[in-house]
Structures are given as structure tokens and as C-alpha cells.
Design a protein around this ligand. Structure first.
Ligand SMILES: Cc1cc2nc3c(=O)[nH]c(=O)nc-3n(C[C@H](O)[C@H](O)[C@H](O)COP(=O)(O)OP(=O)(O)OC[C@H]3O[C@@H](n4cnc5c(N)ncnc54)[C@H](O)[C@@H]3O)c2cc1C
Length: 549
């Protein structure tokens, strides 16, 4: 019998398996519903564009959203070893210190202030560029600065012309400005947590990895999780854990599994004929996500990566990568972006931008009529709207009902409009003048905030960052306590994106990595590293020179 069963071999699960099995006297089983990460596109940074559809995701759609004209949205979530870290866009950002300080002071999550979690960010990071008190250079996770596409460089210049200062490092405690993103890559290859953490440990005799193994239920006896039921090769199987069951099935998978196991809101479970083991009303609540809105411009020539849609150019790029490990194949496409204010009353920037030197890269976004385009998308980083994950039925094979409830709060919609206006401002700067022929989306005819609001409602889409559905908190109503233990049960923790009480002000993977690193210490009872007070909370005051900024 293993000591620990980890359910879900995604970003967090691979880290926990690697860290917990460092002790040879402890045995660990990692269970992943999806296949091994053998698809070659996973490992090519550019392969991201193929990942938002296809066989390595769960194929979810959201429930119709009231504030998005009743639309459903495709909702790509990974179903493969490495989870999101195997299919994501590899943009490496931590959020801002104030996010974690808020968890600590406002949500009662003792031990989660930025000073206390910074040592875990540093422990994880093997940065190829930045060192010093904010960064790690020896950690397992490859973090690299890229060789940006020429059009990406144009974006960074245009953003400065629009009034955003250049920012070299988005992870040094301050975010405002525009610059080049670092990515979770190492020497031109994706650095997923499966590659960075798990693979080097798979020879350990105390660690067992099982892929294509879906956990259908956590088994609870006398108030304690004692094991799981697995469905593998069409057969059900019971597996017992000596110490703990650790759930890392992600912001959709974790609440689903708890509820299927009878842990969740009693009335909802009862409605599906599930025996209530533990009434925990907030399981599946508090789901939230970033809501992207894309501004797409048409280029007057093949200045971006759209030229690689042609076979001839693909062959050139393939050869460059094969010979030198460089070029467009080694790029995550989303090479630059920035952070700026929509609401000036906010202490830290509240809008994040991603620039893509192409159009129609991700699932659900069309390309431009002329064939060559570029995309500047933005989202409000601290949405106030809250939704839920609930069960469709008691059958583990059924997808849950996912309702991020985007734009339910008017405030979020206003920030989406701000994001579009700032994106337009950047794309209309002199640096872009010789490349852009016209705005494709929303299109020049879409003028004024009311028209942009309609556009955001019709075109807003998930930025693939669901969090919060098994909320951590100091209060009795939270799903997990600050040690990530499921309230009211023994031997059971949730340690993934679902525990974030509030989403971080950026992409989410780095924060999940930190959560898993910290969870590993908490699970084995290792003392937490000393808090590290090494960022400045200075906020700059605007400084933009254009009318909008
Ligand atoms: C398309 C996409 C692009 C993204 N881009 C970025 C980016 O550029 N930068 C960034 O920082 N973040 C990005 N993210 C977000 C980031 O990757 C996620 O926040 C992170 O991966 C979440 O980690 P997790 O461990 O909580 O869940 P996941 O990594 O999703 O892992 C959950 C795992 O559990 C498995 N599982 C679920 N249910 C079961 C079950 N019942 N039994 C067994 N296994 C189960 C799943 O198959 C999955 O592998 C992106 C995400 C996506 C999907």
C-alpha cells in the first residue's frame, strides 16, 4: 500500500510526486487520467497552437453565459501527463506580491503572504537570465528568455510609444509596463512539470506512475480518506493509501471528484442521488477565470508568423529547429505583453496584454482575410465575477457543468472595454504604421464604449485560467484550510489551482507550481523556509502620454 496517492498528474501533481518521493522510505502513486506526454508537439514550444483542441484536452464547453449573450465557450483543459504545463502557452508570470498578501490578510491564509511564498518560487526556478533575490537559477523548472520575432519587437516599441514603460522582468515584484515574457522552456524545448520534475525521478523504486487511470471516487471511512477507486482499461479497481490522498485534478477536475465522492453541497449531491459523506457547501463554488478579448489587425504583408501556415515556410522553420534548435519552432508565439491600468484607482495594474505576431492561432479565433495578421489580447486580471463547477450527473464519465459566469459583474465588463481601448491605442502607434493595413477585429466601424461592450460580450473567451473552486481560507466555510486539508475530513488534501481564493494578477501556472512546492513541505511536516522580504511595493503613477493612457 502506498503512503500517498496523488490524483491528477498535471502541473501540481507531477511536482508533488517528485518532491514526496525524495524520501526513499515513503511510497507514492501518481494517477493521471490522460496519456503519457509522448505527442511531439507538446515538447516544441510552438506546438501550443495545436493544443487548444485535439486529443490531449477534456473537450469541455461552458454553460451558456448570461452576460455573454447566452454563448457557450470552448474550455480547453489538459488531459495528459504534465496537465496544463504540457499544453499551455508557457508564459511565465507570478502575479504581483499584493495577490498573495491579500490571500494572507483578507482570506485568512496564514503562511501565504508573498514574503512567505517567494522562497518556493525561487526553489522551483532555473532561470537562464535573471538572478538575485527574486529568482532561482538552480531549480528544476526551465525558465528562459527567448529570441522574439521582429514583429514582437515592434509591439514592445509601440507600447512604449503609447506610454507604457519598458519592463525587463515581470517577476521582480512589479509588473507595470511592456516587455518580453520569459517562458517555461529550456534550450528550445517546453519545460513542463512532467519533464522538469517527474521524468528525472521515474527511476525511483518508491514512485509509481500510472497514466490512462481515471479516479472515479475517493473512499472515505470514519471521516478519513483511505484510498481511491480507479477506472483503468475499463475496469474498476480500489487502491488504498497509508497516509493521505492528495487531489491535484485541477480547478475543474478536483471539485468534480470531491462531489462524486460525496464531499460537497448536500442538496446538490442529493439531487444526483449521491450519498452525502461530508456536507461542504462551497465545493465547486467561487470558480473564476480571466476573460480574454482579442484585437486583431491585418498586416500589409507576410511580416508575422502566419507565413508558416504555408508548407514551404514550415519546412524552412523545421530545418532551422532541427539544425540549430532555434527559430519559430522554438517560440511559444506569445513572446511579449504587458500590464497596465484600466481602473486608475487600483494600486497595481489590472489589465494584462499578450501580443501574438499572427492571427487565428488559438481555437475559436479566426484568421484575417488577407492571411497575415497580428493579435493583441487583454484581460482584466482580478475579475469580480464568480461562477461554479457542478455535476451534470453521478456518472464520472459525464463532463461537469462549468459556468465561470463571465462579466456577471459590470465592473469586469468595463475593464474588458478598457483593455480593448488600450490595445487599439498600442496598435495605432507609429511603430506599427508600416506593417498594419487595418483593424480586423473589432473593426474600425466599432466605435464607442457601448459598441465595444457588445463586442466583448460576443467575442470574450476564456484565457484558460480557471481557479478557486476548492477555495482555501481561514474561515470555516472554505473548502481547504491554509495547510490545504479538506475541512472536516482526515487524510485528504487539495493542492492545485482550485485552492486559490482569488486569482493571481497574471497567468496561473507559476502560482500553481509554487502551491505544489509549498504543499510538499506541509505534507511531510518540513518547516517552511524563512520569509523573504525582498520586493519593493512602490507603485508608479501613470505616466502615459496619450489621451487613453
Ligand atoms: C491552453 C492553456 C494555455 C495556458 N497558458 C498558460 C500560460 O501561458 N502561462 C501560465 O502561467 N498558465 C497558462 N495556463 C494555465 C496553467 O497551465 C494552469 O493554471 C495549470 O496548469 C493548472 O495546474 P493544475 O495542476 O491545477 O491542473 P492541471 O495542470 O490541469 O492538472 C490536472 C490533471 O489532473 C488530471 N485529472 C483530472 N481529473 C482526473 C481524475 N479524475 N483522475 C485522474 N486524473 C485526473 C487531468 O487530466 C490533468 O492532467 C494555460 C492553460 C491552458 C489549458
Amino acid at each position: 500500500m502506498p503512503d500517498y496517492i496523488i490524483v491528477g498528474g498535471g502541473t501540481a501533481g507531477c511536482i508533488l510526486a517528485a518532491r514526496l518521493s525524495e524520501d526513499p522510505d515513503v511510497s507514492v502513486v501518481l494517477l493521471e487520467a490522460g496519456p503519457p506526454d509522448t505527442d511531439r508537439y507538446i515538447h516544441l514550444p510552438v506546438g501550443f497552437f495545436k493544443m487548444t483542441s485535439g486529443p490531449l484536452i477534456w473537450g469541455y464547453d461552458t454553460a451558456p453565459g448570461k452576460a455573454i449573450d447566452g454563448r457557450t465557450m470552448v474550455y480547453p483543459q489538459a488531459r495528459v501527463l504534465g496537465g496544463g504545463s504540457s499544453i499551455n502557452a508557457q508564459v511565465f508570470t507570478r502575479g504581483c506580491p499584493q495577490d498573495y498578501d491579500g490571500w494572507s490578510t483578507e482570506e485568512g491564509c496564514a503562511g501565504w503572504s508573498y514574503a512567505e511564498v517567494l522562497p518556493y518560487f525561487i526553489r522551483s526556478e532555473g532561470n537562464d537570465t535573471f538572478a538575485g533575490p527574486q529568482h532561482g537559477i538552480d531549480g528544476p523548472l526551465g525558465v528562459s528568455s527567448g529570441a522574439p520575432h521582429p514583429l514582437t519587437r515592434v509591439f514592445v516599441k509601440a507600447a512604449q510609444q503609447a506610454g507604457l514603460p519598458f519592463r525587463a522582468d515581470f517577476n521582480d515584484g512589479q509588473q507595470e509596463g511592456a516587455g518580453f515574457y520569459q517562458t517555461t522552456t529550456r534550450q528550445g524545448k517546453r519545460s513542463s512539470t512532467a519533464v522538469a520534475y517527474l521524468k528525472p525521478t521515474l527511476g525511483r523504486r518508491n514512485l509509481t506512475l500510472r497514466t490512462d487511470a481515471t479516479v472515479s471516487r475517493i473512499i472515505v471511512e470514519n471521516g478519513r480518506a483511505i484510498g481511491v477507486e480507479i477506472i483503468a482499461n475499463g475496469r474498476a479497481e480500489l487502491l488504498r493509501a497509508g497516509r493521505e490522498v492528495i487531489v491535484t485534478a485541477g480547478a475543474i477536475g478536483s471539485p468534480k471528484l470531491l462531489m462524486l465522492s460525496g464531499i460537497g453541497p448536500a442538496a446538490h449531491l442529493g439531487a444526483h442521488g449521491i450519498k452525502v459523506i461530508h456536507d461542504l457547501k462551497n465545493v465547486g463554488q467561487n470558480l473564476h477565470d480571466h476573460m480574454d478579448v482579442d484585437v486583431v489587425a491585418e498586416l500589409n504583408g507576410p511580416h508575422g508568423i502566419d507565413r508558416y501556415k504555408k508548407k514551404r515556410w514550415q519546412a524552412v522553420a523545421g530545418l532551422e529547429y532541427a539544425l540549430f534548435g532555434k527559430g519559430p519552432v522554438a517560440s511559444n508565439i506569445v513572446e511579449a505583453g504587458g500590464f497596465w491600468w484600466g481602473d486608475r484607482a487600483e494600486k497595481t495594474p489590472d489589465i494584462q496584454f499578450h501580443f501574438l505576431p499572427g492571427a487565428g492561432v488559438e481555437e475559436g479565433i479566426g484568421s484575417v482575410p488577407g492571411g497575415n495578421g497580428c493579435t493583441l489580447n487583454s484581460y482584466h486580471v482580478r475579475p469580480r465575477s464568480r461562477g461554479s463547477v457542478t455535476l451534470r450527473s453521478a456518472d464520472p464519465r459525464d463532463p461537469p457543468v462549468i459556468d465561470p459566469n463571465p462579466f456577471a459583474e459590470r465592473y469586469d465588463l468595463e475593464r474588458a472595454i478598457d483593455g480593448i481601448e488600450i490595445s487599439r491605442e498600442i496598435l495605432s502607434q507609429p511603430a506599427f504604421a508600416k506593417y498594419i493595413s487595418r483593424e480586423h477585429l473589432p473593426g474600425a466601424a466599432t466605435k464607442g464604449r457601448a459598441a465595444l461592450e457588445a463586442f466583448a460580450r460576443q467575442h470574450g473567451r476564456s484565457a484558460y485560467h480557471p481557479v478557486g473552486s476548492c477555495r482555501m481560507g481561514g474561515d470555516a466555510d472554505s473548502v481547504v484550510d491554509p495547510e490545504l486539508r479538506v475541512r472536516g475530513l482526515g487524510g485528504l488534501r487539495v493542492c492545485d489551482s482550485s485552492v486559490m481564493p482569488g486569482i493571481v494578477s497574471s497567468n496561473t501556472n507559476a502560482a500553481v507550481i509554487m502551491i505544489a512546492e509549498k504543499a510538499a513541505d506541509m505534507i511531510v511536516g518540513r518547516s517552511q523556509p524563512p520569509a523573504q522580504q525582498s520586493y519593493s511595493s512602490r507603485n508608479i503613477e501613470g505616466g502615459g502620454k496619450s489621451a487613453r493612457l
